[in-house]
Design a protein around this ligand. Structure first.
Ligand code: HT7
Ligand code: ZN
Length: 865
């Protein structure tokens, strides 16, 4: 497949200032008539050939300026028209089959309704068009269809006219006044019902808000509506951004490749990120709805009003919008807990990308299939990079930078460079060296050493940015680190400092310390780096108990555990006594966390979470998943036994709180399940009876799912009873049945792989619904017990085979989703030799399959290369 390179960007030869689209809607045969007003681009090379991208389309008719055109031809999938002048009107008719569109890109059918997904390159599956984000057009859309089947007809912008015909069909016309690239086009037609509300902007514009769902789901939309209103208000206050149309529609669809899509004025959402009520959604689901509603809304400015020049600039809109949604969620709830959660996501999803064969900079240099670059690197690391600019500039100066960016580039298709220049100019920062963060892949490794002489403590720092595919040699990057030095007697520090490590090595001296202080560094996770230091265990215990930065306190707790487990699996612990000493220190720290009455329960819950096996693997050059799992489970079981009384008392205390949406009640629910997790490992019978009781008494999904999750990992009759009850209780609710799949595939049960196979054969399973596929197979792929088949005698690669079989079966149906399953197998170089060979063999088997999609082929080839 062709490689597209960032450096080869050329401005479009032809612009399309206006487009009119006419849809004759039908589930399996929709006629699309597109009328394009085209104008030669003065910034192009003056070529007379108009290239219109297509994907699987055939033109029925082509006219130029009202005359049937002869001078057109196909070039692969694209349609080329030879034009004579500089301004023309081109009309093209195509016919497409939405019901046959299992890729869920372009116009497709979901649950009897029609909807579109055009980002990144789906518009070319609807009609021929210059499908690139720097061609901006105003859209007029007319659609007509059977009124009974499609009672609601929606598109971008405002509805300008509608009517009915005598034959049972009806029609609607929509106009969007804001020029946009075709990836932001949307159309939805189907039987939908709306939760209506309104919002009046700071400038006095009354905006009608609708959240459209399938009839029957409307009672589960209020949280999404509240989140939308909160987002609109927050963006005015935090970034000075007002909404710019009189209408904002959100539609929930059940078949969707990603979370949601920010189409102008008509956001399309995966039902998962809209529907929530206490009976069917966990607290985490509630947070996800709030975050994704915010994210898509914030795109109205960071993405829609200012879009991307080309897809290499994806992080311009995605990184910035993730930062904005993270800030929003932090302001809506506990900022400390939100920061910890965001860092956990970064470490478990992005760090492995950076250290694997698919590593790429947040602004990639080349791609074969752009869908493969909607990654945690572009999104989450992209957000961290902008967050670093904010830390270095300070909150007010950063806001001046973003104000300037919005003012300077409104209505344009911009680049990451434009953003950086606006922050430099607006915030008064020099970001010359900082641009390395856009071009270099890999997580910087920062070594930290603190020494002390006289009354001076000196911090010695060094950085290495690891080699990544295509980037063997790296330059040092500016790394902002917020730090504090604690007096170990008083437990106090004398204020925070922000230092910037911008060379390979640097030292920073701090005077006035008669004893060596305790170092708290990268507080708030100011830089997305991995820190290694030889901090004594006692200092970590001190910080875990005393640090006044909640993230740093969490970090100390994590480091304490990581240090111990890495030493244990890496051979650093030589005798049982050393293992015991490590466990004792962790046990004391965890007991202190449980006992600390100054902590709120939400934060206590965070501090109690053990580092994941994926994160532990990242600490090792070559990981043995079996050893990591055994050592981590061993520690958990020891803690469960050692702290059994505390954990049961904690479970009793928090179980007494009634359901509520406030922080206290949420904290209590989090701890209920946390306590059970430890007990399940250390005192399984106690855990089984408590979990069964929690399941039976639950009046909300957080408690019910938590209890079922714990039961799923236990070999107890209560497990089967609860699973059967759950299945029957939520029959017909697809999102909750997804949980039922996911809990079993993600469980610690010794027969987890057998369960996955049985579930794949169950009548509820389908490869055509991405939520169901992810619920079963992504839960399996990220579950070390299942993926590495840790229950097997010896290594037989059964988990790897299961995922490879899935990739092969799914690829022809939904290539985008299939390609996402390659990365877990692509970790083979970082896994111990026996398993590594089995993983590689499965990748090779996939690579040999005939007719692999471009998506999967790119990921497999890179993973083997
Ligand atoms: N900007 C949206 C990206 C998206 C997408 C990309 C590829 C294939 C399907 C897709 N659905 C949505 C999502 C977002 O970041 O807001
Ligand atoms: Zn986004």
């Amino acid at each position: 497949p062709a490689v597209i390179r960032r450096e080869e960007y050329q401005p479009p030869e032809w612009l399309v200032p206006e487009i009119a689209l006419d849809f004759a809607l039908d589930l399996d045969s929709t006629k699309v008539t597109a009328t394009l007003v085209v104008r030669q681009n003065p910034e192009g090379s003056g070529g007379q050939t108009l290239r219109l991208n297509g994907d699987g389309l055939a033109a029925r008719t082509v006219t130029v300026d009202g005359q049937a055109a002869n001078d057109w031809r196909m070039d692969g999938q694209d349609l080329l028209i030879e034009l004579t002048g500089q301004n023309h009107t081109v009309e093209i008719e195509t016919v497409i089959n939405p019901a046959g569109n299992s890729q869920l890109m372009g116009l497709y059918a979901s649950n009897g309704m029609l909807c579109t997904q055009c980002e990144a390159e789906g518009f070319r599956r609807i009609t021929f068009f210059p499908d690139r984000p720097d061609v901006l057009s105003t859209y007029s859309v007319r659609m007509a269809g059977d009124k009974a089947r499609f009672p609601v007809l929606l598109s971008n912008g405002n509805c300008t006219a509608q009517g009915e015909n005598a034959d049972g069909t009806h029609w609607a016309e929509w106009h969007d006044p804001w020029p946009k690239p075709c990836y932001l086009f949307a159309l939805v037609a189907g039987e939908l019902i709306a939760n209506h509300d309104s919002f009046t902007t700071a400038g006095g514009r009354k905006v009608d808000l609708n959240i459209w769902v399938r009839p029957g789901d409307e009672d589960r939309t209020q949280h999404a509506m509240d989140s939308l209103i909160a987002s609109m208000k927050w963006d005015e206050e935090a970034f000075g951004r007002e909404y710019d149309l009189d209408l904002f529609n959100v539609v929930a669809v059940s078949d969707f490749n990603m979370g949601a899509m920010e189409n102008k004025g008509l956001n399309v959402f995966n039902t998962r990120y809209v529907l929530a009520d206490p009976q069917t959604a966990t607290d985490a689901d509630y947070d996800a709805v709030e975050g994704v509603i915010g994210h898509e809304y914030f795109h109205n400015w960071s993405g829609n009003r200012i879009t991307c020049r080309d897809w290499f600039q994806l992080s311009l809109k995605e990184g910035f919008t993730v930062l904005r949604d993270q800030m929003f969620s932090a302001d809506m709830g506990s900022a400390a807990v939100k920061r910890i959660e965001d860092v956990r996501v970064l470490r478990s999803a992005q760090f492995p990308e950076d250290s694997g064969p698919l590593a790429h900079p947040i602004r990639p240099d080349s791609y074969q299939e752009i869908s493969n670059f909607y990654t945690s690197t572009v999104y989450n690391k992209g957000a961290e990079v902008i967050r670093m600019m904010r830390s270095m500039a300070g909150v007010e100066a950063f806001r001046k930078g973003t104000d300037l960016y919005f003012a300077r580039h409104d209505g344009e298709a911009a680049t990451c460079e434009d953003f950086v220049v606006a922050i430099e100019d607006g915030a008064g920062l020099d970001l010359r060296q900082f641009r390395q963060w856009y071009s270099q892949a890999g997580t910087p490794q920062v070594k930290v050493r603190l020494d002390h002489e006289g009354d001076v403590a000196t911090l010695h720092l060094s950085q290495v940015v690891p080699a990544t595919p295509g980037q063997p040699v790296k330059q040092p990057m500016p790394i902002p680190l917020r730090l504090a030095l604690f007096d170990r007697d008083t437990g106090q520090h004398r204020g925070e400092e922000l230092i910037v490590l911008d060379a390979e090595q640097a030292s920073f001296a701090f005077s006035g310390f008669t004893r060596i202080p305790v170092l708290s560094i990268n507080r708030g996770f100011t830089a997305p780096v991995a820190i290694t230091s030889d901090v004594p265990t006692a200092d970590l215990v001190f910080l875990a108990a005393n640090d006044d930065d909640p993230f740093a306190r969490y970090e100390a707790m994590q480091s304490l555990i990581v240090q111990h487990l890495v030493a244990a699996v890496g051979g650093g612990i030589l005798c049982d006594a050393e293992r015991q000493a490590g466990r004792d220190a962790i046990g004391r720290a965890l007991a202190a966390v449980i006992d600390d009455s100054a902590l709120d329960d939400l934060m206590r819950g965070e501090l109690m979470i053990l580092p994941s096996e994926a994160y532990l693997s990242e600490q090792l050059k070559v990981a043995d998943p079996g050893a990591i799992h055994a050592e981590r489970e061993g520690l958990k079981a020891w803690l469960g036994r050692e702290l059994k009384d505390r954990l049961t008392a904690l479970h009793d205390r928090v179980s007494a709180l009634p359901y509520g949406r406030g922080a206290d009640a949420r904290g209590a629910r989090k701890l209920k399940t946390q306590a059970l997790v430890y007990l399940a490992a250390g005192a399984p019978e106690e855990a089984a009876s408590r979990a069964a009781a929690q399941y039976a008494a639950a009046d909300n999904m957080t408690d019910r799912q938590g209890a079922l999750m714990v039961l799923c990992g236990l070999d107890t009759p209560a497990r089967d009873d609860a699973l059967a009850d759950f299945r029957q209780r939520y029959d017909g609710n697809a999102l909750v049945i997804d949980k039922w799949f996911s809990l079993q595939a993600g469980s610690l049960h010794p027969k987890v792989l057998e369960h996955v196979r049985a579930l794949a054969d169950s009548p509820d399973f389908t490869l055509t619904n991405p939520n169901r596929v992810r619920a079963l197979y992504m839960s399996c792929a990220v579950n070390p017990k299942a993926f590495h088949a840790l229950n097997q005698e010896g290594e037989n690669g059964e988990g790897y085979r299961t995922i490879a079989d899935l990739i092969l079966a799914l690829d022809p149906i939904n290539a985008q989703t299939a390609a996402r399953f390659v990365a877990p197998l692509g970790r083979w170089r970082r896994i111990e030799p026996k398993r590594s060979a089995l993983m590689r063999a499965e990748l090779e088997r996939v690579a040999k399959a005939p007719k692999l999609s471009r998506d999967t082929l790119e990921q497999v080839t890179k993973s083997l290369g």
